[in-house]
Design a protein around this ligand. Structure first.
Ligand code: XUL
Ligand code: CO
Length: 435
C-alpha cells in the first residue's frame, strides 16, 4: 500500500520553478567538476528522523502525523514502516539511508527476542534494497535510549552493561554487513560523564577503546570491509562526552592504536555545540586524512541545543562543499540528513519540503564552491600568503634543515619582517560575490 499517493516523484525544475514539490537547484544529472551532482552528494536519509521521530520536545509530546504506524512493537509494524520509508526514498530521489538497530526493529523484553526481530526486519530491508537499488550508507547500534545505558555503554561502570552493548554492536554489525552497508558508525551518546567525583575517566576510556578494538576484530572475522566512523559531539545527552570534537576523537584513536581503522562522521550541529565551525571540524579531520562522512543539518543560533534542523544556510553548505571538493569527494561516506522537521511541521508532506530544502541548499553550495574554485582568487591568495615557505629560509625550515642557532644567525643578518595583510574582508567579499 502506498502512503504518499498525493506526492509526485520530486524532479528538478530549475530556479524559476515555483512548484514547492520540485528541486530548484539539485539537478542529479548535472555535471560539476567532472561528476554528476548525484555522485558528489551521495545524499542519505536518517531512518530515525523520517520514520521514528514523533517530534516531541522537552515540553511536550509528539505531533507528527504517521498514519502508517500502529505504534505497536510488532515486527509487522516495523516492516510496514520500512515499506513507507522506501516509498519516501523513491519519491524524494535519495539513494542512501542510515539506521540505528532500534529504529528499524523493536527492542523486546530480552536480547534474543530483540535480535530475532532485528534479523527479520533486516531480511525485509534487504528485499526492499534489492527491488529499489537504494543502499545503506551506514548502520549503528542505539546504545543510549534504554535505561541500562543511562551511565554509558562502552564506558559504563558496570561490566554487564558493557557486555550487553558489545552484543548489541555485534548484532548491528551483522545487520549492516548483511545489507551491504558502506560504513558502521559509533556515536557515543552516553559515553562520557556527569561528574568526575564518581568517574574513573582513564578506565572508562580504556574500556571504550576495547569495545572499538573488538568491533575491528569482529569485522575481520566476518569479512566486513565497510568503513568504521566515530561521530564527535561534546555534550547532550551527557554533560561531557569523550568524543567531544574532531581533535579529541583523533587523539583517542591515535592513543589506542585505532586510527587506521576509523574515520570521522562529522555533524554540523555537533560542531556548533563544540564551539567550532563545521569547516574547522572538517579541516581537522582532513588534516589526518580522516574525513569519512557528514551528518548534514544545522543548529539554531538562538538556541543552545542540538536542534538538528534541515540545512538552509547556503553560506554554510558552500563552505562544507568547498572542503569536500578539496578532499576529492566522498569515498564511502555521503551527506546524511541527520535532521528533523520542527515540531510545528507535523504533516507527512513536510518530510518532503524539508528534504527538498536540504538537498537544494547543498546543491547551491556545491555550485558556488565549484565557482569559487574555478574563479581561483581565494586559492591564489592562500597560496601567495604562504609563498615565503616555497623557497629560501621557509623552504629550508620545512625541509628540516634549520635549527635555533641557524635561525638566530639568519635573523641577525636580515631586516625586521614586514607582514602582509590577511585580507579577511576581501576573501569574504569574493565569496559573497560568487554566492
Ligand atoms: C545524535 C546523533 C545520532 C548519530 C547516530 O545527536 O547525531 O543520531 O548520528 O547515532
Ligand atoms: Co548524527
Amino acid at each position: 500500500m502506498a502512503y504518499f499517493t498525493d506526492i509526485p516523484k520530486i524532479v528538478y525544475e530549475g530556479s524559476k520553478s515555483k512548484n514547492p514539490l520540485a528541486f530548484k537547484h539539485y539537478n542529479p544529472d548535472e555535471i560539476i567538476e567532472g561528476k554528476t551532482m548525484r555522485e558528489h552528494m551521495r545524499f542519505g536519509a536518517a531512518y530515525w528522523h523520517v520514520m521514528r521521530n514523533a517530534l516531541s520536545d522537552p515540553f511536550g509530546g509528539g505531533t507528527a502525523v504517521m498514519p502508517w504506524d500502529d505504534y505497536s512493537d510488532s515486527v509487522d509494524n516495523a516492516k510496514k514502516r520500512a515499506d513507507v520509508f522506501f516509498e519516501f526514498l523513491e519519491k524524494i530521489d535519495i539513494d542512501y539511508y542510515c539506521f540505528h538497530d532500534r529504529d528499524i526493529a523493536p527492542e523486546l523484553d530480552d536480547f534474543s527476542k530483540s535480535t530475532a526481530a532485528l534479523n527479520e526486519v533486516v531480511a525485509h530491508l534487504g528485499q526492499l534494497q534489492q527491488s529499489s537499488g537504494k543502499k545503506l550508507l551506514w548502520g549503528t547500534a542505539c546504545l543510549f535510549s534504554h535505561p541500562r545505558y543511562s551511565q554509558g555503554a562502552g564506558t559504563s561502570p558496570d561490566a554487564a552493561v558493557f557486555a550487553y552493548g558489545a552484543a548489541q554492536v555485534k548484532a548491528a554489525m551483522d545487520a549492516t554487513h548483511a545489507l551491504g552497508g558502506l560504513g558502521y558508525t559509533f556515536w557515543g551518546g552516553r559515553e562520557g560523564y556527569a561528574t568526575l567525583l564518581n568517574t574513573d575517566m582513564k578506565r572508562e576510556l580504556d574500556h571504550l577503546a576495547a569495545l572499538l578494538h573488538m568491533a575491528v576484530d569482529y569485522a575481520k572475522k566476518i569479512g566486513y570491509t565497510g568503513q568504521f566512523y566515530i561521530e564527535p559531539k561534546p555534550r547532550e545527552p551527557s554533560t561531557h562526552q569523550y568524543d567531544s570534537d574532531s581533535a579529541a576523537c583523533l587523539n583517542f584513536l591515535r592513543e589506542y592504536g585505532l586510527l587506521e581503522h576509523f574515520k570521522l562522521n562529522l555533524e554540523t550541529n555537533h560542531a556548533t555545540l563544540a564551539g567550532h565551525t563545521m569547516q574547522h571540524e572538517i579541516s581537522v579531520a582532513m588534516g589526518a586524512n580522516a574525513l569519512g562522512s557528514i551528518d548534514a543539518n544545522q543548529g539554531d543560533t538562538l538556541l543552545g541545543w542540538d536542534t538538528d534542523q534541515f540545512p538552509s544556510d547556503i553560506y554554510g553548505t558552500t563552505q562544507v562543499m568547498l572542503k569536500v571538493l578539496e578532499m576529492g569527494g566522498f569515498t564511502t561516506g555521503g551527506l546524511n540528513f541527520d535532521a528533523k522537521r520542527r515540531r510545528e511541521s507535523h504533516e507527512p508532506i513536510d518530510l518532503f519540503y524539508a528534504h527538498i530544502g536540504g538537498m537544494d541548499a547543498f546543491a547551491r553550495g556545491l555550485k558556488v564552491a565549484a565557482a569559487i574554485r574555478e574563479d581561483g582568487r581565494i586559492a591564489d591568495f592562500v597560496k601567495s600568503r604562504y609563498s615565503s615557505w616555497d623557497e629560501g629560509i621557509g623552504k629550508q625550515i620545512e625541509d628540516g634543515k634549520m635549527n635555533f642557532d641557524d635561525l638566530t644567525e639568519w635573523v641577525k643578518k636580515n631586516p625586521e619582517p614586514v607582514v602582509a595583510s590577511g585580507r579577511q574582508e576581501l576573501m569574504e567579499n569574493i565569496l559573497n560575490e560568487l554566492l
